[in-house]
Design a protein around this ligand. Structure first.
Ligand code: R1P
Ligand code: URA
Length: 255
């Protein structure tokens, strides 16, 4: 890193050009696609799992920065972006549904996350809810409806691991520790919509620090039907979700 005001992201204050809103996908390869949906997209930096672009929406700067997979790297991205002036975070991800009525290609907006991660406990005890910001959630819901998405709104289970924490058995060992055996069915019975891996950390960090956060995801597998995500569905699902997150950002700027 030649010059950077933060340790991991490789960004300076001036790079952000006054941006206060960041779109934060997990996958670095999603960043450019999102930035190119806005005007004047420019690549800022790529370090480790953190790829960052800046673009403009309604005349305002927006930062798009990947978090990588999971809570620890997400906590670094959120911390360093906050230090650089970001106050609103919109996560856009992929996800696995655990309800019969939620299909591949559907879009989920998360109101709160079950904290199956470790990183969020470095910010607040488990009794604190990982809750999304109301204005961010409302904007994401409105944008999803405008897009005509098959939309579901509710609670997400957010796990540190893709395999045991999401109760997958098609693994090398085929085993899942007692703590997670039967957990998918239990979350399903409580009405939890889906599994992913970053919202618990993101929502807890933001809710405890006066920051705003929201989360939208495209469904790439229904776990009641199969364990492995549907790669063929990924492109369309991702394209819907990224369009929705950009339109939600626009709504947050204009209302
Ligand atoms: O598509 P992204 O945003 O990476 O989100 C989901 O996909 C990854 C797992 O395959 C995890 O990061 C999970 O949260
Ligand atoms: O099943 C899934 C799909 C995407 N991401 C996850 O974390 N789980």
């Amino acid at each position: 890193m030649e010059r950077s005001d933060v340790f991991h992201l490789g960004l300076t204050f001036s790079d952000l050009a006054g941006a206060t809103l960041a779109i934060v996908p997990g996958d670095p390869q999603r960043v450019e696609k999102i930035a190119r949906l806005m005007t004047n997209p420019v690549h800022l930096a790529t370090h480790r799992e953190f790829t960052t672009w800046r673009a403009e929406l309604e005349g305002k700067s927006v930062v798009v920065c990947s978090t990588g997979i999971g809570g620890p790297s997400t906590s670094i991205a959120v911390e360093e972006l906050s230090q650089l002036g970001i106050r609103t975070f919109l996560r856009v991800g992929t996800t696995g549904a655990i309800q019969n009525a939620i299909n591949v290609g559907d879009v989920l907006v998360t109101t709160a996350a079950v904290r199956l991660d470790g990183a969020s406990q470095h910010f607040a005890p488990l009794a604190f809810p990982a809750v999304a910001d109301f204005a961010c959630t409302t904007a994401l819901v409105q944008a999803a409806k405008q897009r005509g998405a098959r939309l579901h709104v509710g609670v997400t289970a957010s796990s540190d691991t893709f395999y045991p924490g999401q109760e997958r058995y098609d693994t090398y060992s085929g085993g899942v520790v007692r703590q997670f055996k039967g957990s998918l069915q239990e979350w399903q019975g409580m009405g939890v919509m889906n599994y992913e891996m970053e919202s618990a950390t993101l929502l807890t960090m933001c809710a405890t620090q006066g920051l705003r956060a929201g989360m939208v995801a495209g469904v790439i597998v229904n776990r009641l039907q199969q364990e492995t995500p549907d790669v063929a569905a990924l492109q369309q699902t991702e394209s819907d979700a990224v369009t929705i997150v950009v339109e939600a950002s626009r709504l947050l700027f204009t209302v």
